[in-house]
Design a protein around this ligand. Sequence first.
Ligand code: IPM
Ligand code: MG
Length: 408
Amino acid sequence: MSSLQLNFKSLKAGPFRCGSGPRRFPTKPGSVRCAAASPTRSYAITLLPGDGIGPEVISVAKNVLLLAGAIEGIEFNFHEMPVGGAALDLTGVPLPGETLSAAQQSDAVLLGAIGGYKWDNNEKHLKPETGLLQLREGLKVFANLRPATVLPQLVDASTLKKEVAEGVDLMVVRELTGGIYFGKPRGFSTNQNGEEIGLNTEVYSISEIDRIARVAFETARKRRGKLCSVDKANVLEASMLWRKRVMAIALEYPDVELTHMYVDNAAMQLVRNPKQFDTIVTNNIFGDILSDEASMITGSIGMLPSASLGEKAWTGPGLFEPIHGSAPDIAGQDKANPLATVLSAAMLLKYGLGEADAAERIEAAVLHTLDRGFRTGDIYSDGNKLVGCKEMGEEVLKAVDLNVAATV
Ligand code: IPM
Ligand code: MG
């Protein structure tokens, strides 16, 4: 991983870094049942539960991190801050300055979800989503890794035929801090006929394309060595430059097989024959759409984690979040699937802190829990045991406790 031009680090001083002397875990009694090793490494983690099901899934992931950390000799200092609708209600803005600076000064950031009906009609600068975009921009996390893996245990949860879904294992590398999400000019105005218009700009510079292309080639190199760059170069200038630069960067990676696909075709190929894909690299908006599509191949968006990382030179933390939203329809009902957030915590350990062993312990625990038949509603199929968010969390904790051989 060290050659990846991403933000990997081990320890970093920050305001939450614990000093010497006795340390306290901010845990509920009983949530850490086994502390095999005395802590040797300590990390400051900003938790951003956000809205809807966010607090429920973050609470599960926090306990899983604590237990896996205790077993692996890692101590976490958690600092919980408001973001999104929760922050709007508390402070009047979706990303308070205190939240951003706490996040910037920590070793990694774990986010639940943002948004809800209550704030849907807010003006743009007062929307929860704006807080998330400001956070990504403020943390300079331009590379968003969204894996979509069909687990053998969940192949029946996919809406695709078993033979199509079985064995899918792909990674979408989405550019996250550029393109039409951030391009200027943007806004509302009137055209020459006096008619109201909404305006956004798809814009990419060479440096923005080059850095995400390198992350994608490095990612593909560590996987099956195949990279598909998705664009709309038959129509859009920003995509024409994208394709030209991806081809230029490809010269640095002769061992990676590069193909190009227009986004409409990619959307079709993803449901026709998803196994053809290994690593996909694409812009911000296409990545937003294709990663939701890819997630459904796996059966549930409730299973998929993501990692958002900055450049190696940038000393700020990575941002880790499930790719699902805040699901306000089931919020507070103990129905949410916490596994995407638990797997995001595993990505935090692996990509954000370089703690691969603890990450593998968590991934293995998730697989073991599924092997034992525990399912939340979104991934339930006949013959399994339907559980809520909390019980799923308890079962994962039990599995972390077991010395499950890391199989992923
Ligand atoms: C995602 C979400 C966000 C995005 C929204 C909530 C701003 O859909 O992370 O995919 O569009 O990036
Ligand atoms: Mg999305």
